[in-house]
Design a protein around this ligand. Structure first.
Ligand SMILES: [Zn+2]
Length: 284
């Protein structure tokens, strides 16, 4: 697959993965989703602080997505789409566990603690809560009906969507060396380069031509510089993937330094010769 893409100046994942890798990704994601979901469910029952609950909702989604990403890295799943789908599955597991945890905490506060695992029982309980309401922003006026369903939908989208988003984006931004069957995790940040005077340098970059970048000297001009960040395989000399940005620093009215980063190109393949030439720019 990678051979087919060799003429493409930009790196794209091969989309490859094996059944074992997929199981590792889903297993780790779902296990983490169940643990973080159950903790989150109990937390939102006990916590009266709405901001803490909101942070918990986002945290449960992101922690689950992070575990899917970790599983994808261990299992070498090079398909961002399948990682995103893995995030959806693990996110659903987190949401289910959140309801199990919440119902347990709620019932434990009453007469008998119950653990409802079957989704149909949880669904029936949700329907009953939706009709009556059991909590409210004002204690005398419980939230119920459409307002409560709306909150649940936002919560579900945050957890499931957050898990899918994190898993997708993190894998998308991590190149893989198909030749050595390992992630290209060796990061090298090259010296700051002066911004080009000629627009053709930037135009060339968009088509994968880095020769213009090689003519820039080290340093910055007017607080502006070009930043080249390369991720390499570390084992072979074949995979060097560059992200190139313009970084502009300015001082605001209060005297604070503001940094604005504009990405020019992402995931640009560098030949071994171009990578070496970029490293040698340090000598300018
Ligand atoms: Zn390699």
């Amino acid at each position: 697959m990678q051979m087919k893409n060799m003429n493409d100046p930009f790196y794209r994942h091969s989309g490859r993965f094996g059944p074992v890798g997929m199981m590792i990704m889903l297993g780790l994601g779902a296990a983490s989703g169940i643990v973080s979901g159950a903790i989150y469910g109990a937390l939102i029952y006990w916590s009266p602080i709405i901001y803490l609950n909101l942070i918990g909702t986002i945290g449960a989604g992101f922690a689950t997505g992070g575990a899917v990403y970790l599983g994808a890295v261990i299992g070498k799943v090079r398909s961002p789409i399948f990682c995103g789908l893995g995030g959806v599955i693990a996110g659903c597991a987190a949401l289910w566990a959140a309801w199990v945890g919440w119902i347990y905490a709620y019932s434990a506060h009453g007469d008998t603690a119950v653990i409802l695992l079957k989704p149909c029982y949880i669904w029936n309980t949700m329907a009953a809560i939706g009709r009556e309401g059991v909590w409210g922003f004002v204690s005398s006026n419980p939230v119920k009906g459409l307002e409560l369903y709306g909150i649940w939908i936002v919560e579900a989208v945050t957890i499931v969507g957050g898990a899918a988003y994190i898993a997708y984006v993190r894998v998308l931004g991590k190149p893989f060396c198909e030749r050595c069957r390992r992630w290209a995790g060796k990061k090298t940040t090259l010296p700051e380069l002066r911004p080009p005077q000629n627009a053709r340098v930037l135009d060339g970059l968009l088509t994968g031509d880095v020769s213009g970048i090689l003519t820039l000297g080290c340093g910055r001009e007017g607080g502006v510089h070009i930043q080249v960040e390369v991720r390499g395989c570390g084992t072979c000399d074949e995979t060097h993937i560059a992200n190139i940005s313009v970084v502009a620093e300015s001082i605001d009215k209060k005297g604070n330094t503001e940094t604005k980063t504009t990405h020019l190109v992402k995931n640009l393949r560098l030949s071994a010769a171009d990578y070496q030439a970029l490293l040698e720019l340090k000598g300018f």
